[in-house]
Ligand binder design. Structure first.
Ligand code: FES
Ligand SMILES: [Fe+2]
Length: 343
């Protein structure tokens, strides 16, 4: 049996990702380690919290209890599990001077170093490095924090090749304010949501409002090693929106007013949650152009993606073909899924 994870690099010949990937619960389970544990996840912004707070890399998928620790001069992400017998250390956001386990009193400094433990006189080879809290790889860009369980590449390597495509974007990290968060539940596999995001092909058919402000003819897609950038120009030739996708599930949508961040969170093979975080730098532009009325665009996308979810279960559908001019982003995404799933 040939693998379903072979996508021809030549888009003119390639078939799309086989529908089994979306429907088989085994592939969904496998993707946790093969895709999500090796990639980078969004952990919010350093300026939006103080002290220590419990986090996970991707709720429901990567649930290891972690904590983010911010001090005056450092930022850490580390295990939130006591190295003695495994109690959770921090249950809610707080601003302690040190971390003390509520079970038997083991203490750690804010950078995770073991400090002290009652009643351990006589224990040999104690303490050792194994008594410190393990650290999780962390990166900060534009004030946004990213963490990974077991990254396939450093964050720099992961997205550096996309930075040229984003160089025209003027974002002052300190000027962005988190003004809204919202979650959408959708009855579809996470990858169906992402691959819809990765092509502008459907804009004239699905998004009437958006189609009026984005010029379909000049809409462009650039693909990089682990990311891609789509650019929509207005009829006057200025950039209406730039859409950065970071594999496998992060979307950074740059508009004249600021950035909308979307995190696609897999829940089951046929349901997902899309988190929307709105970071505004210029309120006066919020109702204009491609970044206006994102809720209506989201409803239009959800309707087609949920329809595809029903379609791919059909015994009469297993895969299709790509438009060589309009679906480079989706082809690239399927190739990455195939690459990660076959390692
Ligand atoms: S589990 Fe933390 S001190 Fe025992
Ligand atoms: Fe869309």
């Amino acid at each position: 049996m040939t693998s379903i994870f072979e996508i021809d690099p030549d888009i003119t010949r390639a078939g799309t990702l086989h529908s089994d990937f979306y429907t088989d619960p085994e592939y969904f389970a496998l993707s946790k380690e093969r895709i999500f544990a090796r990639t980078w996840h969004f952990l919010g912004r350093a300026r939006d919290f103080e002290g220590v707070r419990p986090v996970t890399l991707l709720p429901g998928i990567l649930d290891d209890p972690l904590m983010l620790v911010k001090t005056v001069d450092s930022l850490h992400c580390m295990s939130n599990v006591c190295t003695h017998r495994g109690k959770l250390l921090i249950e809610e956001a707080c601003r302690p001077d040190l971390i003390r386990c509520g079970y038997h009193g083991r203490r750690f400094s804010l950078d995770g170093k073991f400090m002290s433990m009652p009643e351990f006189e006589g224990a040999t080879d104690f303490p050792s490095a194994a008594d410190d809290l393990p650290h999780i790889p962390l990166a900060v860009r534009l004030g946004f924090i990213f963490g990974s369980a077991n990254p396939i590449a450093s964050f720099d390597e992961y997205i550096a090749d996309a930075s040229g495509a984003l160089s025209g974007i003027k974002i002052v990290p300190g000027g962005l304010r988190l003004t809204a968060t919202r979650e959408y539940e959708i009855n579809a596999h996470w990858a169906l949501y992402c691959e819809n995001y990765l092509e502008g092909f459907h804009i004239p058919y699905v998004h009437r409002g958006l189609n009026a402000v984005v010029d379909y003819g000049t809409y462009s897609t650039e693909t990089f090693r682990y990311s891609s950038v789509q650019t929509g120009f207005g009829s006057d030739g200025t950039v209406a929106a730039r859409y950065l996708f970071v594999f496998p599930n992060l979307m950074f949508n740059f508009y004249p007013w600021g950035v909308s961040v979307n995190v696609v969170r897999p829940v089951s093979p046929d349901s997902s949650v899309i988190e929307f975080l709105t970071y505004v730098s210029d309120d006066s532009l919020i109702d204009q152009g491609a970044g206006a009325d994102l809720h209506s665009v989201e409803m239009e996308d959800e309707a087609v993606v949920e329809s595809v979810q029903k379609g791919i279960r059909s015994r009469y559908y297993s895969q299709g073909r790509y438009s060589p001019n309009r679906e480079q982003g989706t082809h690239h995404f399927h190739r990455l899924i195939a690459e990660f799933m076959s390692r």
